[in-house]
Design a protein around this ligand. Structure first.
Ligand code: IPE
Ligand code: IPE
Ligand code: MG
Length: 243
């Protein structure tokens, strides 16, 4: 058996990675299973990918788990996803602590069921002083919502400090109004299940992210698929508009 790759085996590792975890439903349907099975196995991919990113020394991992648009799914599927999420928030605590992970969430968290909010708060507070990778779940998250909330905060600046103060705002000031001002822009944005769209994810933060679309569905996305994405990233030339 070959040993797992070390960070030095990659040409260049991203500091921050974000993933649109897609294809759970299709994965299940292809196997004649109910959609929720795909979500269940997808939770195992979350564990595997988180552990491997932490092991490789990636600084931040942001996972798109539930979008503002996902509230439109059938009530039964939404309820099931919330149950799975609550279970994850409780069961992952030892894993989070053992790996020194700092756990956070971004999104309209107040729309989540009260029990999910409670378990989230416990996990977040417990991991706050860890020194390892920051794991963020995007929950009830929408990029446009996030920017709308930022705009509303700018309006408050206008009322409190006047229009001149608003004119002086720079890009980094706007960042202070996003859900988590400490979040780094993702260097690498991965989407699974072959779909070539951003689906309202990190519209501000991903402006210069390198995109990697994996053809496999999220429940099948494990260490090997992650390594492939990281190798593809290492082979890219990032220009940021320069030459
Ligand atoms: C991703 O899988 C999980 C969530 C969006 C919550 P999907 O549930 O979107 O699976 P597909 O895209 O229907 O296969
Ligand atoms: C994006 O997946 C949202 C998450 C992964 C949480 P969707 O399955 O909801 O996106 P669309 O509908 O294909 O754009
Ligand atoms: Mg989908």
């Amino acid at each position: 058996m070959t040993s797992p790759p070390s960070p030095a085996d990659f040409a260049r590792l991203p500091e921050a990675v974000a993933i649109i975890m897609d294809g759970n439903g299709r994965w299940a349907q292809e196997r004649g299973l109910p959609r929720f099975k795909g979500h269940e196995v997808g939770a195992e991919s979350v564990r595997a990918v988180t552990r491997e990113c932490a092991r490789l020394g990636i600084g931040e991992l942001t996972l798109y788990a539930f979008s503002t648009e996902n509230w439109r799914r059938p009530a039964q599927e939404v309820a099931l996803l919330m149950t799975l999420l609550e279970r994850y928030l409780v069961e992952e605590r030892p894993e989070i602590m053992d790996n020194g992970i700092v756990f956070r969430a971004v999104g309209e968290l107040d729309r989540l069921p009260a029990s999910v909010q409670r378990e989230y708060e416990t996990t977040r507070a417990m991991s706050e002083r860890n020194g390892g990778m920051v794991l963020r779940l995007a929950l009830s998250y929408g990029g446009r919502r996030e920017l709308l909330h930022a705009a509303q905060k700018v309006a408050r600046v206008a009322v409190a400090e006047g229009l001149d103060a608003v004119e002086r705002l720079g890009e980094d000031d706007l960042r202070q109004f996003l859900y988590d001002p400490t979040m780094r822009d993702p260097d690498l944005l991965i989407r699974t299940a072959g779909e070539m769209r951003v689906s309202n994810f990190l519209l501000w933060q991903a402006s210069y992210a390198e995109l990697h679309v994996a053809d496999i569905a999220w429940p099948d996305f494990r260490e090997a698929a992650l390594h492939e994405a990281l190798r593809a990233y290492g082979a890219r030339a990032r220009r940021f508009g320069g030459v």
